[in-house]
Design a protein around this ligand. Sequence first.
Ligand code: G16
Length: 543
Amino acid sequence: MPTIVIPTSPFDGQRPGTSGLRKKVTVFQQTHYLENFVQALFDVLPDARGKTLVLGGDGRYYNRVAIQTILRMAAAKGYAQVLVGQSGILSTPAVSAVIRRHGASGGIVLSASHNPGGPDGDFGIKYNVANGGPAPEKVTEAVYARTQQIREIHICDSADLPLDTLGNYRIEGMQVSVIDSVADYAAVMRDLFDFDAIRKLLASSFRLRFDAMNAVGGPYAKALIEGELGAPVGTVVNAVPLEDFGGLHPDPNPVNAEDLIAHLFADDAPDMGAASDGDADRNMVVGRKFVVSPSDSLAVLAAHATLVPGYKSGLAGVARSMPTSTAVDRVAKSLGIACFETPTGWKFFGNLLDAGKATLCGEESYGTGSSHVREKDGLWAVLFWLNLIAVTGRSVESLVRGLWATHGRCVYSRHDYEAIPSERADALMRDLRAKLPTLAGTTVAGQSIAMADDFAYTDPVDGSVSRKQGIRIILVDGSRVVFRLSGTGTEGATLRIYLERHEPEPSRQDLPAQEALRPLIFLAETVAQVRAHTGMDQPSVMT
Ligand code: G16
């Protein structure tokens, strides 16, 4: 089984986005497309002799094919060992946990996250570094540069391995260990949470519905929530990872997880609902007839963190992405801890977590996590909520209303305009950028603008600067409208408009978000001419 060298030539467009390289499955199926990207990555990484690589994915269509190819290429690169999840399955947070617990030099995650799967769906690949987190921009940019010069693929000419069976195999000098997909991750959870308290809660009349959306969260939630924590069988639904997610769009928000929302709004609703996404790093938490916004979820976890064993000595600080609401900032201020504002993308939290500057992180895009791994973590967030409910005796709604009572409510919504022709989206952003210098101090659509800029971030740990991370229009009363183009879509461009307004007055906190935010929606349209640019009358998705 010697290494063979296959000539190749570059593909355009292999630049990783917000979270790795995501494309249609059909794009990845082109001859050498996957191999080119993996070779570019291996060319950029240092010598692999003596090193361990972690490999796994969310089980979507093409996962199995890609894993066998990458194993053969890892052997050619000279890795001593690859730890691969059984049947090729590892959730994104599990990859992070395995890298950290086994001292691996990095890991490859095969996932397009919350994007739909199947032969006509999306596929993706992402590299995580030795701290368990997504590769920083300097690595992803170096990989991209290499994809533009690639000429050769190095691969072992070996047979497929039986990845459904735990055990050790060899490809040339490399050992392939097929590991239990859940064990390392479960051990991390056991160290953080009060499993006895959660077990008691789940043995009481409290009812949970966890929707794994036919994606990779299923085996983890089954093993922990129904297995170890004793919830009744059937608590976790859509629990078997399917290659096409059973046709679901595995993005846990009220629009795509509509079945969960319907259950939680029924007369016999369970006490809590939760969902995770394709690769199980996102989460949505729902109370009985009560939807929790991701930004509020982060703020609630931060406010009560010391009630959870893993965080009992307090938080070093918190961090949120710029478009995420300022609810957690208010909690941080009251706790006397730092709150960092980063660009969108989990990779920006890595340095803060490594340096011990932040303990909890979160994003408006249904991502929450902590220093236990270097990825956001869907099931972790659900266990955190269960632990809080168990020790406070309060409901999901009561915990969120407690946050609003103390800090006011950050009314929040995100409007997505999907699949816009890229040139139209670029024109919208370009026109908006051109207006930025003139906006501060003016009144537009009846709103007084205090500040308008294009968010730039200087990493407080390594000093690296990331520019053009989203256009912010901040009003005199602190309300905000933020415009960004998504870095995770695979069809045209997706414009995201984030809207936030602080409501301190309890009697007005129950106004529906779209109503409370109407003046900001009008401002967004007026200032950016969204309809004219996109040709769309309304957003494709509002969450
Ligand atoms: C990824 C990133 C997140 C980001 C999200 C949305 O999540 O890891 O940090 O918030 O995409 O990014 P965008 O607005 O650019 O589409 P995931 O769950 O897709 O890996």
